[in-house]
Design a protein around this ligand. Sequence first.
Ligand code: NDP
Ligand code: 2IT
Length: 444
Amino acid sequence: MGYVEEVFEKVKQKNASEPEFLQAVEEVLETIRPVVEKNEELYRREALLERLVEPERQIKFRVPWVDDKGQTQVNTGYRIQFNSAIGPYKGGLRFHPSVYVGIIKFLGFEQIFKNSLTGLPIGGGKGGSDFDPKGKSDREVMAFCQSFMTELCKYIGQDEDVPAGDIGVGGREIGYLFGQYKRIKTSYEGVLTGKGLTYGGSLARTEATGYGVLFLTEELLKCNGNDIKGKTVAVSGSGNVAIYAIQKAQQLGAKPVTCSDSTGWIYDPEGIDVALLKEVKEVKRARLTEYAAARKSAEYHEGKGVWSIKCDVALPCATQNELLIDDAKALVANGVIAVVEGANMPTSLDATKYLQDNGVLFVPGKASNAGGVATSALEMTQNSERLSWSFEEVESKLQNIMVNIYHNIDDAAKRYDMEGNYVAGANIAGFEKVADAMLAQGIV
Ligand code: NDP
Ligand code: 2IT
């Protein structure tokens, strides 16, 4: 059995009840195989792959809090510090009822390679809780965040581990978490990113993930003899990533016509009204039915369905495994040119393969959504130098980073005779830097 197979077998045995983690590991190990085969003796002796798939540290804790009725509630909190070879652990916090150790591990594992691709000195980590912020009052969210941070603050710090947002964690939650950290540690430091602009946040961090997806898509199409301008775009999700992907798509002259949430989806053939979407989702925290009620051109449908709409570019920006094999078939039948992931692992392995086999340009989230964490790293830099840069300065750095990521993953794929396979390119380019740093630092 080859080294890759051996390691994957062990990972399967050890993590059998974590399908999302196995999916993320399988994709990476399969595609870095040519690099591993070139260095097999050294990697085996140093157990490089075994160390890569085992988190450096996993923290799991009780989060008790009191709801508005005076009832005590208990949730589970996690922080998985996966790999610090190239910098302090960095990655978001997810608050969603589906969160368990397998979700945080898959996200933390992906984050290692994503953070490496940004070219900035950040290691991989992820955290969160099975807490559901939906329908909770601001006071309940604050009570939960304060309790969560009371435990988490023991393990994080500006040079140690710097969390940020993800699903269910936005500006409001980061504010409460930061306040509690500062209160307990008496330290005003850049321990979280995605902070508000009055207390150390970076301009353009809110927009960064969605904007980054579009900067990468623009370069991808340009380098493949096409143009983002005039393209019809299908987007899923209606949270932070989706909203700013839609906004930047419009700024670049494309037409996004869909969005979705966990209950339904919108088809708006005249193009999504971003101001209205922001009002419904960012201000009212309401359902998409309110978008449809306020806009004549929009159709609302219950359930899933955005991938049934004819489009040139598809941007899955909601959650993992939301674009499955039947969706991939529908997209191909409708002539899709490119699928660029805004979410983490939204496309299943068989759907990815189907898209690639049918000539669709496919870019994995660890490359295309890296603009969020890259801008988080820029927020860390600004906090360290106690300065803040203008929106234009941050946005132009973000654009450069995304263009560089595209060329890095494209070059890596070409170096290993897999031109156009951006999944392999992203995994190889991300892995090479981390592997080199791990080997240089000895057995740790
Ligand atoms: P938000 O919480 O702001 O928005 C999430 C969106 O996805 C909402 O519209 C939500 O609908 C929908 N959604 C979430 N879970 C499900 C589900 N199980 N089924 C159907 N719809 C769902 O999160 P973000 O926009 O920040 O994150 C979206 C994706 O992007 C995630 O995969 C995240 O990991 C990834 N990402 C985020 C980054 C960031 O900077 N925020 C950076 C890089 C990647 P509803 O409100 O109804 O739940
Ligand atoms: O998945 C991700 O890259 C994020 N949720 C952002 C992480 C960060 O530290 O900004």
